[in-house]
Design a protein around this ligand. Structure first.
Ligand code: NDP
Length: 489
């Protein structure tokens, strides 16, 4: 069966190209899928445009749009096992983690379904003029290009697709070329749930050949992108000539600040989870550990002891607690950051070399790695390595902790650990990041907005602002007793 979904029909690529998808855990062939190029991108945009301009979806009552999203949530729960397996084969992540993701994805569709159905935020303005009324209404933006990465393929997709549809838009989705399968499954569910033809379109292919044409096409009204900073800058530039709305989620280099009075056991446990979850391939990973000088030795010793003991393995290995990186090229990049850190004076405390276990030889494994004695200027501290690499810096006192934490071009997330509530809140309020955790790391809820400050991007996903991202605001003024004004007489 072909894998591109354009105008309600499954089609092959116009030029017949395909791509092999291989599991990063062992290199086995998952499937061969169609690979779109510019011609397919143009066809998908045309279909989405037609569905927006002439199709029923934008004018479908909000209650019905909301009901459809809730139906999608139900179908995702029904098909959870198949979705989780497909996600794990594409990404190499542990099956149990994919299963958690599927629960979050269903919750996202349910949240936006209910929010959509609840009727929105249109309002009547009291003008004080009995001969006029004035309304502010919210309408869909139009055709949306949704471009998503490989680390949380369907989760990042859901954060865009659910509000885009809830607001009445049509879209073209371009997932990472490495992880297409759950996007294909989602298109089938949207169809089963009753979404009209052309409202959802899917093209698979590279950023250069399938993604870039979407960002330049004048028929596209909005681009929502999650991925790397360099790509985000390119997309913003590509969208500028046609002044598209743009939302960017570009990752982070997130500080995890641990004061000496933190709950030791909880802080160690969460610091490991913060950075090594999904082998560090998480935009909000706590990759920079900032630890108070007096606590440093005991804390880092414990982190290192536990990091060394984290078992690696494939998605279906129940004894594994972390998996492979997404690709050989990505592992090369992570290794290069570690090498650069060591050359700049960091001290390797654990990890730092590919595993020798022959069981792991065909996957892109890299062990949990801790680099101590790091300083703010090091590239491994400044850049997003997006791997299982924890850098450790010391601080003395609140002011230095805040200064180090904010010394980054990113601003996605951060955490502060302290049993002094006043201090925890003082520090949280001074962190320049879109999400701050106190005595925790990573939790989020679909009701709360997610997004970055500084070069982590702009725009928000989730929460009411996540729906508003996909809406235009329009003021409609009605004169109830029109008469000539004779202004020029
Ligand atoms: P990219 O930013 O390159 O890719 C993200 C998505 O954008 C993919 O679908 C990609 O296509 C597409 N894309 C690439 N170039 C263009 C373009 N010119 N126009 C339109 N779409 C484009 O991320 P990578 O996957 O290469 O990862 C690179 C780095 O990005 C990571 O190491 C990490 O630092 C960061 N990253 C951040 C994420 C986050 O959640 N914020 C998620 C993933 C990565 P394709 O890859 O299929 O060619």
């Amino acid at each position: 069966m072909p894998e591109l979904f354009i105008g309600g029909t499954w089609v092959t690529a116009a030029d017949g190209r395909t791509r092999e998808i291989r599991c990063p855990a062992d290199g086995t062939l998952v499937a061969t899928v169609d690979e779109a190029g510019p011609q397919d991108a143009a066809a998908a945009v045309a279909a989405a445009r037609e569905a927006f301009d002439d199709g029923p979806w934008p004018a479908t009552p909000v209650a019905e749009r909301g009901r459809l999203l809730v139906r999608v949530a139900d179908l995702l729960e029904r098909d959870k096992a198949a979705f989780a397996r497909a996600e794990s084969l594409d990404t190499g992540k542990r099956l149990v983690e994919s299963e958690y993701d599927m629960d979050d994805i269903a919750a996202c569709f349910r949240y936006f379904g209910n929010l959509t159905a609840s009727g929105g935020t249109d309002r009547i303005i009291a003008t004080g003029n009995p001969e006029a009324d004035s309304r502010v209404v919210h309408e869909p933006v139009g055709v949306c290009a949704l471009i998503t990465p490989w680390n949380y393929p369907l989760l990042q997709t859901a954060w865009k697709v659910a509000p885009a549809l809830g607001a009445g838009n049509t879209f073209v989705l371009k997932p990472s070329e490495l992880t297409p399968h759950t996007a294909i499954l989602l298109m089938r569910l949207l169809t089963e749930a009753g979404l009209p033809s052309g409202a959802a379109n899917l093209i698979l292919g590279t950023g250069a050949e399938a993604g870039a044409p979407l960002t330049e096409d004048p028929r596209v009204d909005l681009v929502s992108f999650t991925g790397g900073l360099a790509t985000g800058r390119r997309i913003m530039a590509a969208a500028a000539p046609t002044v598209k709305k743009v939302a960017l989620e570009l990752g982070g280099k997130n500080p995890n600040i641990v004061f000496a009075d933190a709950d030791f056991e909880a802080a160690v446990d969460h610091a490991l989870m913060a950075v090594f979850l999904h082998s560090g391939q998480v935009c909000s990973a706590g990759a920079r550990l900032l630890v108070e000088d007096s606590l440093h030795d005991a804390f880092v010793d414990e982190i290192v002891t536990r990091a060394r003991a984290i078992p690696m393995g494939g998605p279906f290995d129940e004894s594994a607690r972390t998996g492979p990186l997404i690709s050989a090229a990505h592992r090369d990049k992570v290794e290069a950051y570690v090498a650069a850190g060591l050359a700049e004076g960091a001290v390797l405390r654990c990890g730092g070399a590919r595993p020798k276990d022959p069981e792991l030889a065909h996957g892109y494994y890299y062990p949990p790695t801790v680099l101590d004695d790091c300083t703010p200027g090091m590239s491994v501290v400044r850049d997003e390595s997006f791997g299982p690499v924890l850098t450790v810096e010391r601080f003395r006192g609140e002011a230095e902790a805040v200064a180090l934490a904010n010394d980054t071009e990113y601003g996605l997330a951060g955490a502060v650990w302290s049993q002094d509530t006043g201090r925890a809140h003082r520090v949280a309020s001074r962190l320049r990041a879109g999400t701050v955790w106190i005595n925790d790391f990573h939790p989020y809820v679909p009701q709360a907005e997610w997004g970055g400050m500084k070069q982590s991007g702009f725009g928000r996903e989730l929460g009411p602002a996540g729906l508003a991202e996909y809406q235009e605001t329009k003021h409609i003024w009605r004169n109830l007793a029109p008469k000539a004004q004779r202004w020029f007489e």
